[in-house]
Design a protein around this ligand. Structure first.
Ligand SMILES: Nc1ncnc2c1ncn2[C@@H]1O[C@H](COP(=O)(O)OP(=O)(O)OP(=O)(O)O)[C@@H](O)[C@H]1O
Length: 278
């Protein structure tokens, strides 16, 4: 089980005092995260709390307004685009929709990153892709068109593609969204298995308490503009903090905000609407 150690060198991903937001709006600040190599970490929080935004900061898509993000020991803001590009080859990302290329079959979808980023031979590509498909139970689906896949199968193909380069860090954005209970359990176990087999650090952005607690070494709960709580799953499950309890039990009433917050942009829009009617 992971605790939250402090050195950057042994981290696959590290946030130090990070603030992120859009325009004038700061969503989260003072965020400290540590993802040790080979560990599975879950980042959880209510809808709109900023989880996907944190993931964008981890890929370098979004620059933090303050603080430092390091991936595999490198400060993302230090190198230029070339350094970021090189680092991205060592990361796998599974986006929320897991978008597959609809004009390619399953095999070519998984092979795509290898063809883009490596000089592997056809034999090496075939071996690697079929191996990854085997890992997600879909070796014999290699020839299928994406339209012939169920939602759960498509997610597993996307999973195989996210790890086909043998990444050292994989980021999963809502990997369980829209899956039936069986596919959900299978996907969670696959994520854990891939982390263990490949030794890759894995970060899950998720709402799903049961599945993520079953496979995560360490959990961060975001909300109220920052990290509200963190710890190993058992510690969070035993927490008496009202925010943590409400979130984990899915209770409607409590400190977890349901209403989208009023922003200056909204108030300006509202004023224009009201002005227009007078
Ligand atoms: N490109 C953007 N420009 C401006 N605001 C944005 C942008 N993307 C997201 N936001 C806002 O940032 C807030 C956090 O969004 P984010 O997608 O990070 O939340 P989340 O925790 O991943 O939510 P969910 O669980 O619902 O996917 C939301 O209020 C959203 O409206």
């Amino acid at each position: 089980m992971a605790s939250a150690p402090s050195s950057t060198a042994d981290a696959a991903l590290r946030f130090e005092g990070v603030a992120v937001g859009y325009g004038d709006r700061t969503l989260l600040s003072g965020v400290d995260l540590h993802v040790g190599r080979g560990k599975v970490i879950a980042i959880m929080g209510g809808s709109g709390s900023g989880k996907t935004t944190l993931l964008r900061a981890a890929t370098g898509q979004l620059r933090p307004t303050s603080g430092k993000v390091s991936v595999l020991g490198q400060d993302l803001s230090a190198g230029g685009d070339a350094a970021l590009f090189a680092l991205r080859k060592r990361m796998g990302v599974l986006f929320q929709q897991g978008a597959l290329f609809t004009d390619l079959d399953v095999f070519e979808n998984v092979a795509f990153p290898l063809r883009e980023h490596t000089k592997m031979s056809e034999t090496e590509i075939r071996e690697r892709v079929l191996g990854k498909l085997e890992g997600v139970g879909l070796r014999a689906a290699a020839h299928l068109k994406t339209a012939q896949l169920s939602g759960g199968m498509a997610r597993r193909v996307a999973l195989a593609r996210a790890v086909v380069m043998n990444p050292e860090l994989v980021l999963y954005d809502e990997p369980f969204a829209g899956l039936d209970p069986i596919s959900l359990g299978v996907t969670a176990q696959l994520i854990r298995k891939m982390a263990d087999d490949l030794g890759c650090a894995s970060v899950l952005i998720t709402h799903d308490v049961d599945e993520s607690f079953a496979i995560a070494d360490y959990v961060y709960l975001v909300g109220r503009g920052g990290v509200v709580a963190e710890g190993v799953p058992a510690a969070l499950s035993a927490s008496e903090d009202p925010y943590v309890k409400q979130f984990l039990r899915g209770e409607p009433d409590g400190p977890v905000a349901f209403q989208y917050p009023e922003t200056p942009d909204y108030l300006a829009w509202l004023a224009r609407q009201q002005g227009g009617r007078q």
